[in-house]
Design a protein around this ligand. Structure first.
Ligand code: 2AM
Ligand code: CA
Length: 261
């Protein structure tokens, strides 16, 4: 299955690059005032669904653009372009994210960034790779030596609870923050040691399912802001493990200051 997954992601990536090269001519719609969808998102998702069902006709699909088709214990969770806003603005930080779940548990995950030609792949219990080479999280254990990425999906969704208090609390403690725009890719950057952590609020399973497995298989940890697993889509925290406790503690202080607990 991993070979199929890798070939599928690479072929989808080639198609996506063709769209990226003529981004100025693409039809762009708005899901909401801030949320974009392009003809490339739709075409790529149709391509992925077609290929997956041709090979695995009994499997289900959960896709960002086409919704959830339940029915099988095996489900492919796909995001044809994670980082659509970057893509539309001609920036290279976008990815294709594909996870395979069995009874809701991710067993394989692939994130491919076609502009950089970097393919991250993991299957449960077998480690994670970048372009075929094993990867591992960094060993940095102090926040002041750490770089984290984040994003603001919460603001695009107009959520009352947004990321700004967490951002304000963390930024002064860290070496710096990056904001690439693809949660799937951010998790892979933690997995390969370029970042020590990533946090965001309000992501979906198709944004993070593959990235979580890749991170965990590289030695990292993914939880909600309490350090638990109950709210991992509402609150998303992935780290190299070494800084996890300190970030959870800091987020607890933010919650207290907000008067939540
Ligand atoms: P997308 O590009 O597929 O929309 C970056 O902050 C992350 O948030 C990306 O993974 C992006 O996925 C996701 N995202 C962007 N806008 C969002 C919204 N309104 N609701 C939920 N997730 C969003
Ligand atoms: Ca996404």
């Amino acid at each position: 299955m991993n070979e199929f997954l890798e070939n599928l992601a690479r072929e989808a990536g080639e198609r996506l690059l063709d769209y990226f090269k003529r981004i100025d001519q693409l039809a762009i719609d708005h899901k909401s005032e801030r949320d974009l969808v392009t003809e490339a998102d739709r075409a790529l998702e149709s391509f992925l669904v077609e290929r997956i069902l041709a090979r695995y006709p009994d499997h289900s699909i959960n896709g960002e653009e086409s919704g959830r088709h339940a029915g099988s214990e095996m489900c492919w969770v796909i995001d044809p372009i994670d980082g659509t806003a970057s893509f539309v603005h001609g920036q290279p930080y976008f990815s294709i994210s594909i996870a395979v779940q069995e009874h809701g548990r991710t067993v394989s995950g692939c994130v491919y960034a076609p502009v950089m030609d970097e393919l991250f792949l993991a299957s449960r219990g077998s480690g994670a790779t970048r372009n075929g080479q094993p990867i591992a999280v960094s060993g940095r254990g102090r926040l002041i030596d750490s770089m984290m990425a984040t994003g603001f999906a919460c603001i695009r969704s107009d959520l009352k609870r947004n990321n700004l208090p967490y951002f304000s609390a963390l930024l002064p403690r860290l070496r710096d923050v990056r904001r690439y725009g693809s949660a799937a890719l951010d998790l892979c950057y933690v997995a390969c040691g370029r970042l020590e952590g990533f946090w965001e609020l309000n992501l979906h399973d198709y944004d993070v399912a593959a990235g979580i497995l890749i991170l965990e298989e590289a030695g990292g940890l993914f939880t909600d802001f309490d350090g638990g697993s109950e709210n991992i889509y509402a609150e998303n925290l992935g780290t190299n493990r070494a800084i996890h406790k300190e970030v959870v503690q800091l987020f607890r202080e933010v919650e207290i200051a907000r008067g939540v607990s």
